[in-house]
Design a protein around this ligand. Structure first.
Ligand code: R5P
Length: 302
């Protein structure tokens, strides 16, 4: 593997430190502060000349993070880095994957164009691939995706006896079925109807036997929490035990987390986004993906 320097954007230091231990790789440093008028002042404090640099930045707050991130990538190149990659444990702007009403920006595409211009490669975890089958449909640079499902299964196997795995919507069937198979547990998937950003309806599409089983609701992302909240409420008519909420990415917008704590016995997420619910460490698996990607020959950047 060529020599790589891991540099965290502010707020990503702990994750970057863990990654650098698992790779292993050197840890670099940058500072990003705001001028009084709100513009960003950014300085890369480590020598990047001749190195392959990997910036670490989870994109749970994409609007505030993207500008410093693009400045960092461009500055690294300007200072002599020979390759500049992005490790984004959570990749934003994946859900606006089509024009739902006339005039809407398809932000997934625009965001992908921006990042593909700034970086030579991208490693991420379970990006929300719904209408896109792969990141290469919108990203023009090499990408590598790590899947959280095996880690979610391991967590269930060591913490829950007799689970039933429940996906809150059709999209979650892919990982709910994989997790159920791995845990040798039954699974079912609910039917979801989205009525607005914060409003969904959930109903069972088949009859399920929950007696003596602990319901574990699994999803790729908890954002406003509406999906998980309404799914847990739909379960109340059937379940004896309070359900567990398990997700790869815990965004918990606004008051999502306190609202969810009322209906779930436990809320568990991976550390793709720093949060007090983090109980699953994705750094070792992510380090493997970075190693695999950095080891590969790269096409020349257009
Ligand atoms: C949707 O397709 C995703 O898999 C999640 O179910 C959804 O994004 C969760 O969003 P929210 O927490 O806002 O309901």
């Amino acid at each position: 593997m060529s020599e790589v320097l891991i540099i965290p954007l502010p707020g990503n230091e702990a994750f970057a430190e863990a990654l650098s231990r698992h790779l292993p790789a050197e840890l670099g440093h940058l500072t990003a502060t705001a001028f009084p008028d709100g513009e960003t002042h950014l300085a890369i404090e480590s020598d990047v000349r001749g190195l392959s640099v990997a910036f670490v930045c989870t994109l749970a707050h994409p609007n505030e993070n993207t500008v410093p991130l693009l400045f960092a990538a461009d500055a690294a190149r300007d200072l002599g880095a020979n390759r500049v990659g992005l490790i984004a444990p959570y990749l934003a702007y994946m859900r606006q994957d089509r024009r739902f009403r006339p005039g809407e920006a398809i932000t997934s595409r625009t965001f992908a164009k921006l990042l593909s211009k700034g970086f030579d490669w991208l490693v991420t975890v379970d990006p929300h691939l719904h209408r896109y089958r792969s990141l290469s449909e919108i990203y023009s640079v090499p990408t590598c995706i790590m899947h959280g499902a095996p880690l979610l299964s391991s967590w269930i196997k060591s913490h829950v006896s007799d689970p039933i795995i429940i996906g809150p919507d059709a999209e979650s069937e892919q990982w709910a079925s994989e997790i159920a198979r791995d845990c040798r547990a039954p699974f079912t998937v609910l039917e979801k109807e989205r009525l607005g950003d914060r409003e969904v309806r959930e109903r069972f599409r088949d009859t399920i036997a929950l007696v003596n089983r602990t319901p574990v609701l699994v999803d790729d992302i908890v954002s406003t929490g509406a999906t998980m909240l309404v799914a847990a409420q739909a379960l109340q008519a059937y379940a004896l035990a309070k359900p567990i909420c398990l997700a790869v990415h815990g965004i918990f917008a606004e008051d999502a987390y306190p609202r969810l704590t009322k209906v779930f016995s436990q809320i568990v997420t991976s550390n793709s986004v720093p949060h007090l619910s983090n109980a699953i460490d994705i750094a070792p698996m992510l380090a493997e993906s970075v190693r695999a990607l950095i080891g590969k020959p790269f096409p020349a950047k257009p």
